[in-house]
Each structure stands twice: as structure tokens, then as C-alpha cells.
Design a protein around this ligand. Structure first.
Ligand code: GLA
Ligand code: ZN
Length: 667
């Protein structure tokens, strides 16, 4: 595995030497070594420079650069180069072109222009991957295979005729008969009943709302189709290069792919983190995906595969990462369990669409830039603290995440288009984050018995596995929190018989009579024994069936009715939050639930100071990151240890400079 070759954290990034004359290469090596770079990803967008027509390759530059990396002690994460198809391939293989919902063909000239079900794309990638793997599988610089790149980043779905035919194959496998398909999709509605398989289509542009079952199955089918592209490559690599780990890079807040299903096929989970560096962006918005990736990795290593050393080029306005922020975000990834920090990209391009995207070596081309100096500083720090590598992050609280649920709950014609799954997940995640309560991510089929508290906001779709595991969890003493619009549909997106919250009704001790979503200018209020809050987005009429009202609505026709309920079910406890409270309310509410059940924050710090913990046997490291633009003081509450970045012993009250990190090895 990676760990056996690279002792410590990986550090480096995407390296695109084919964009540069060879005269730059030696200097790249020198500057990489100065920055303690030990891993580079090469060849991600190189297909057109490696192959000029079917069967004709030129690997000269790649041979040279791999040898050069090896001579300089830099390992390579070698891409399979399938992320962007060269222009020559389309002439004889028009099935490669992806087609959008409206039937428009998407042309090459950018990147990622391929239909995931295109037989020609599959065949050409098989030939390319076989050739690359065969040529480099024993190269001493190679430590990881990087399949493709950010799958679905630009082409999330394809609606071409090939995809239509493959969709029918996928549906036949899922449902067996047309009757089953008609039953599942409820096609008696709006005269949609299918009598012939060939009439079934992708949800192409139509007159008004699509059938929700069709839309949901198409999302599942697309995720599976793209996974099939990955599996085609993986199979080739595994057969020829069984010992080199495989990765593909995931993305932040990414809805099109069921990463839970994907993660099971990947050796090293990696992801690309691009938080908006403008001031005022909550760091929880980036931390959340580190925790999600750690959950997806399920005990395997995960790495931060890409981040920008400073600004990106793809927002409308691209501010820099102000001094210190790159260091904070790099150490944030480590604090959440990452085993490496990598950048996009090494040297800033002079041409092409990303020429104004930051890079480790900026357009000035020398080693005196602020950005490069920070890159060097971070490299040195990671190298100095390799003993942290391999340690673990373990928490008592978990948030449950599910892609089918995400797809289904955001089908637009529903009670409210304003309700977004990630927003709700982020509400609860941020509440825990601000309270310094560490969070793991779990999935509907995970074993959750090791946790004290499991939070599953907006669990609109409850699959049988979730219903059973949550029931078992609460019955045996766990604490469960869910929110409004939960327990509504089964995995076919059919509303549960006997109303809401469906199979969660027993453990929650409530039933929901009606929901009243609020328009953006509307609000209600809630109050409990400790606090009150304005609430927005959603209210509902909750009937108590054993549970107790913990907080009640204060306005309108719901005045005095339950808003937050609590139910002691067997040995455990279940909470239901029937509205969207303000962040402060939610944080205090979670602090109270955690306190009542003996769940401690890692440390109490002022807002904007993140604290996480990595543990390895006897050793504990606290990562304290001050994202505020002001110095902050922190009470270590009896803890003491060695602050590794300054080398100073710390105890009691300490101050942390603005936009600065500390790593304390506890004594
Ligand atoms: C993604 C891609 C990279 C690059 C960066 C720019 O992460 O994987 O190739 O385009 O975005 O931010
Ligand atoms: Zn297609």
C-alpha cells in the first residue's frame, strides 16, 4: 500500500510537464524537493499527447519525466489519462459525444466530453489503459494508479440513444418485468403505463414534471454507468498490476455519484477541496467533506488529492487564499484524518483555460512568491511530523448520509423546493462543529452500534436497512435525532402506508398530520425550557404518540403545538426536530443532548477556532486552527503538552495567533 512506500504524509500535486519545454523540468524537480514534495499526479489530461490515432502512441516525454521523478526521489500517482478524449477519436466514433437533456450534442474543445455508456469510449480506454499499465507497471516511481479524474465534474448525465438502450437493460435487471416497473413508477398516473420496453426513455426534456420514479432510477443508472467506466479500468489494472493501490478523486458536495457504492471499489479515497477563500465562509463547509471522506474510506487511508495553493479561476470573482489560509486548510485535512496534502497544480499554466488558476510555482516562475514560500513551509511541517501519520480520528457522534435519499428528496415538485439535503446535513454538522463535537459519517447500511448519538437529518427515504439499524440502535441505548420531512417514502419513492414518519414512527413516538412549508419571507418561533428561536423553511403539525413535546411553536395556527419532541424508547432516546431553527439554537440543543449523554467536546474554544483530535495508542494530537482574523485565547482546561509547530510546552490558558494553527501532542 501507499503507506509502505511513502513513509509519512504525501505532499505534492498535479504535475503537467507536457505543457512545458523540457528546460523547465530540472527546475521543477529542484523546487519540488525544496518543498518536500514526495508525490505528483501525472498524465491526468495527457491522452492527446500520448496517442495520435488508434494503435499509435508516443511515450517519450512520459518515460523521461517518470525517470526524472525517480532520480529525484519523487513518487508518481500515474493517471490512466482517460479523463478527456482526444479530438481525433470522435471522427470514427460519434457515439462518444454526450447528449444533453434537450438532445444537443456536446462537442469536444473543453474536457470530459464522453458518454459513459459509449462502446467506443470503453474500447478506446481499454486499449489506452492496457498500454499504459503494461508500460509502467514496474516503474520504480509508480506508487498509485489514478483512474480518470473527477468523474461527472462537467457531464453529469447523458441522454443519448446508447444510454436509453442501456437504461432499459439496467431496468430489466432491477425489475424483471414491465409490470413491476409500471408498479414501481406508478405509471397508472398521467397515462404513462408502458406496454413495450422500447418505449421507456431517459427523462429527456418534456412538457412538465417527470415521473419521479423514472428520474430517481435514471440518477441511480447514471451513477452505475459511470462506475462501470471506472470498473473497466480497474479490472485491467488489477490483472496486470495487482499490488499498486488505485484511486480516483472525489469532489466536494457532489450529488451525481453514489460515493457510498463507489468507495467500496477504491483502495485510497481521495478528494478535491476548493472552499471559497473569501472572508466569512464558514470552515465547517470544508471540514464536512473531510469527515465524509473518512467515513467513505471506512478505515482505509484517505488523502486530499487537490486544493488550490491560492485562488481558483472558475468562480465569478476569485480571491486569493490570504496569508496563512493554505496552511490552515492543509492542516485541517490532516486534523480530520487525511494522510496527504496535494495541490492543483504544480506550475501555473501560461495558456489554456486554467491560466489564472493559482499553482505552487506562480507566473513569476521563481521561488520568491508568497504562495511558494507557504507551500515550502507546509511541506516542511508535514515532514517534521510524520509520526502523526497513520493515527486515527474516532468520534462518538455520527451523521447518516445517503445518496438515494438526496436524489429523491430534491425531486422538485414537492412540498418545498427550498429544502435541500446538504443544507440540512450542514445545519447539524455545523452545530456539532461549532461545539467542537467530532463527527463521523455513516450510511444506511453501516454498523452504527459503536456510536452514542446518530443524527439523520431529512431522512425522507428510509430503506429497510436504515429502519432496522436505527431501531436496534435506539433499543439498545443509542440516541437518535432526525428532522422534519423524514420517514416519508420507501426506496421506490412510494409514500409509506399509514402516513409519516413511516417506519420511524415507533421509535419517535409521534405521527405527522400535515406539513406547512414556509415561504422565504415567513417564519414561526419555537421555545423550550432553555431557549427560544425564530424558525424558517418548514413547520408541521405533530401528534404525540408517546413522545413528549420538548419545544413548542409560538406563532400562527401551530401556537403551543409540539415543534421538537423527545421519546425514551426502550434503553435509548429519539428526538425529532420538526422545523429549521437558527444555528445558535441548534448548537445549544446539540450541546444539551450531548451533555446529557456524556458526550464531551474535544475542547471548548471560541467560535472560529476548530479543534480535532488524532489518536494512536497512547498518543493524542490536538489540531487547533484559528480561522479568525484575530488572536484568540483558549483555556486548555487542565490539558498540557508540546505544541509541535513552535516547539513550546503549553498548558492552562494559551493564545493562538490570527489565521494560525497549533498541533499539541498531549502529555
Ligand atoms: C478540478 C480538476 C483539476 C482542475 C481544478 C481547478 O479539481 O480536477 O483538473 O481543473 O479543478 O480548480
Ligand atoms: Zn450517452
Amino acid at each position: 500500500m501507499l503507506k509502505e512506500t511513502i513513509n509519512g504524509f504525501t505532499y505534492g500535486g498535479d504535475y503537467n510537464p507536457e505543457q512545458w519545454e523540457k528546460t523547465y523540468w530540472e527546475d521543477d524537480m529542484r523546487l519540488m524537493k525544496k518543498a518536500q514534495v514526495n508525490l505528483v499526479s501525472i498524465g491526468i489530461f495527457s491522452w492527446a499527447r500520448l496517442q495520435s490515432k488508434e494503435g499509435v502512441y508516443d511515450f517519450t516525454w512520459l518515460d523521461e519525466i517518470l525517470d526524472l521523478c525517480h532520480e529525484n526521489g519523487i513518487f508518481v500517482d500515474l493517471a490512466t489519462a482517460t479523463a478527456s478524449v482526444p479530438p481525433w477519436a470522435y471522427k470514427d466514433h460519434p457515439d462518444i459525444f454526450p447528449v444533453d437533456k434537450q438532445g444537443n450534442r456536446l462537442w469536444y474543445g473543453s474536457r470530459q466530453t464522453y458518454c459513459p455508456n459509449s462502446p467506443s469510449y470503453h474500447n478506446l480506454t481499454k486499449e489506452l489503459v492496457t498500454t499504459i499499465v503494461n508500460r509502467y507497471k514496474d516503474h520504480p516511481a509508480l506508487v498509485m494508479w489514478h483512474i480518470n479524474n473527477e468523474y461527472t465534474c462537467h457531464v453529469r448525465e447523458c441522454f443519448c440513444d446508447t444510454c436509453a438502450a442501456e437504461f432499459r437493460v439496467w431496468l430489466k435487471e432491477r425489475y424483471g418485468t414491465l409490470d413491476r416497473l409500471n408498479g414501481s413508477w406508478g405509471t397508472s398516473f398521467w397515462s404513462q403505463w408502458y406496454h413495450n420496453w422500447e418505449d421507456v426513455m431517459p427523462p429527456r426534456q418534456t412538457t412538465t414534471q417527470h415521473n419521479p420514479g423514472q428520474v430517481l432510477d435514471y440518477q441511480r443508472f447514471m451513477s452505475d454507468s459511470v462506475l462501470n467506466c471506472f470498473m473497466i479500468e480497474k479490472k485491467i489494472i488489477r490483472e496486470m498490476s495487482p499490488d499498486i493501490p488505485i484511486t480516483t478523486n472525489f469532489m466536494l458536495d457532489w450529488k451525481p455519484l453514489d460515493y457510498v457504492k463507489w468507495a467500496k471499489e477504491i483502495d485510497v479515497i481521495s478528494w478535491d477541496s476548493y472552499p471559497n477563500p473569501a472572508t466569512g465562509v464558514h470552515p465547517a463547509k470544508n471540514a464536512i467533506d473531510h469527515d465524509l471522506m473518512r467515513g467513505l474510506a471506512d478505515g482505509k487511508p484517505f488523502i486530499l488529492m487537490e486544493q488550490s495553493p491560492s485562488q481558483v479561476n472558475w468562480r465569478d470573482i476569485n480571491t486569493v487564499k490570504y496569508p496563512g489560509l493554505n496552511r490552515l486548510y492543509s492542516l485541517q485535512s490532516i486534523g480530520h484524518g487525511s494522510e496527504g496534502v496535494m495541490y492543483f497544480q504544480w506550475r501555473q499554466s501560461r495558456r489554456g483555460a486554467e491560466k489564472f488558476h493559482s499553482a505552487c510555482i506562480t507566473h513569476t516562475g521563481d521561488e520568491n512568491s508568497r504562495v511558494y514560500k507557504e507551500v515550502v513551509e507546509i511541506g516542511e511541517e508535514l515532514k517534521a511530523h510524520t509520526d502523526i501519520s497513520g493515527s486515527e480520528v474516532k468520534n462518538q457522534v455520527a451523521i447518516m448520509y445517503d445518496y438515494d435519499n438526496w436524489w429523491a428528496v430534491e425531486y422538485e415538485p414537492g412540498p418545498s423546493c427550498a429544502v435541500k439535503y446538504r443544507d440540512m446535513i450542514l445545519d447539524y454538522y455545523t452545530a456539532c462543529y461549532d461545539a467542537n463535537i467530532g463527527v463521523d459519517f455513516v450510511f444506511q447500511d453501516s454498523d452504527i452500534s459503536q456510536y452514542e448519538l446518530v443524527i439523520a437529518p431529512l431522512s425522507y427515504m428510509v430503506k429497510p436497512s436504515m429502519a432496522e439499524s436505527v431501531k436496534r440502535f435506539v433499543a439498545s441505548g443509542g440516541v437518535f435525532i432526525t428532522s422534519f420531512f423524514s420517514g416519508i417514502v420507501d426506496e421506490e419513492d412510494a409514500v409509506f402506508e399509514n402516513g409519516y414518519p413511516g417506519p420511524l414512527a415507533d421509535i419517535l413516538g409521534i405521527s405527522i398530520e400535515e406539513f406547512n412549508p414556509l415561504e422565504s419571507h415567513m417564519f414561526n418561533g419555537i421555545t423550550d425550557a432553555l431557549q427560544s428561536s425564530k424558525v424558517t423553511m418548514w413547520t408541521e403539525l405533530i401528534r404525540l404518540k408517546g413522545a413528549q413535546a420538548y419545544a413548542s411553536f409560538t406563532e400562527d395556527y401551530l401556537e403551543g403545538e409540539p415543534a421538537v419532541t423527545c421519546y425514551d424508547y426502550e434503553k435509548g432516546q429519539s428526538w425529532y426536530v420538526g422545523t429549521r431553527p437558527e444555528p445558535t439554537y441548534l448548537r445549544r440543543f446539540l450541546e444539551k443532548v450531548c451533555y446529557d449523554h456524556g458526550i464531551e467536546p474535544v475542547l471548548k474554544t471560541p467560535l472560529g477556532v476548530e479543534v480535532t483530535k488524532r489518536v494512536d495508542g497512547e498518543n493524542t494530537w490536538l489540531f487547533i486552527l484559528n480561522f479568525n482574523r484575530d488572536e484568540m485565547s483558549i483555556d486548555l482546561c487542565g490539558l498540557s503538552g508540546l505544541e509541535l509547530l513552535s516547539g513550546e510546552e503549553v498548558s492552562q490558558k494559551i493564545s493562538i495567533r490570527a489565521v494560525s494553527p497549533m498541533i499539541i501532542k498531549l502529555s
